[in-house]
Structures are given as structure tokens and as C-alpha cells.
Write a protein that binds this ligand. Structure first.
Ligand SMILES: [Zn+2]
Length: 116
């Protein structure tokens, strides 16, 4: 009787995100937590869950809580806590805080990017 050992070969791609650079936490436009950090996102081609071949490499801002992610870009970065819309709770009139000057409506590159 032949003994045929069939090893299933699993392959695919996975993305690994590694923190890099300035790790000062920034405010996340989606979940409002100060949990956005700079990171390098690299896609690997892997076989049997072992990353073998680096496929693509990009620099991103990523939220560690809600996984919001946006490519790093020159003229924009997430707001630092204290500068942005999270100014210590509610507005004096009890309602939600108005959008700050630094956050122009319509310029949220993350949302544009995610529809590509
Ligand atoms: Zn978030």
C-alpha cells in the first residue's frame, strides 16, 4: 500500500502593520479616540502562514481601536489631542462641539480613499 502524504499548501496575502516614526497618539476622525499612530503597512505573500515575499509597502496613519486607516500624506495629518474637536467634553450649551477650524468638512482623505 502506497502511503501518500498530502500536505495541503495554503497561500495567500496578509498585511502586517508595524509602528514607525512619531508615536504621539492622534485623534481618530472616526471613533474620536487618541489612538491614531504612524505605521508602516506591508503586504506579504505567504505560504502556510509564513510570510515569504514582501508585496507592497505603504506608510499609513492607523487607529488602533477602530482600524481606521489612511495613507500618509504631506499636507495633512490627524489632529493632536487638545488641538482638535475633543476639547475636554461638551460645549457650554450642552450640545456637541462644533467642528474645529483645522477640520474642514469634505477634506477627510480617509473616507475618500476607502471607496477606491
Ligand atoms: Zn478610531
Amino acid at each position: 500500500m502506497d502511503f501518500f502524504f498530502c500536505l495541503p499548501i495554503l497561500f495567500g496575502c496578509s498585511t502586517k502593520v508595524k509602528p514607525e516614526g512619531d508615536q504621539t497618539p492622534r485623534l481618530c476622525p472616526r471613533c474620536n479616540n487618541a489612538s491614531v499612530c504612524r505605521a508602516k503597512s506591508r503586504m506579504w505573500f505567504e505560504i502556510c502562514f509564513v510570510p515569504l515575499i514582501p508585496m507592497s509597502n505603504k506608510h499609513v496613519w492607523i487607529c488602533t481601536i477602530c482600524q481606521w486607516e489612511v495613507p500618509l500624506q504631506q499636507n495633512w495629518e490627524p489632529v493632536l489631542p487638545g488641538q482638535g474637536f475633543n476639547r475636554g467634553g461638551q460645549a457650554p450649551w450642552g450640545g456637541p462641539l462644533p467642528p474645529p477650524q483645522s477640520y474642514q468638512p469634505g477634506y477627510q482623505p480617509g473616507y475618500v480613499n476607502q471607496h477606491q
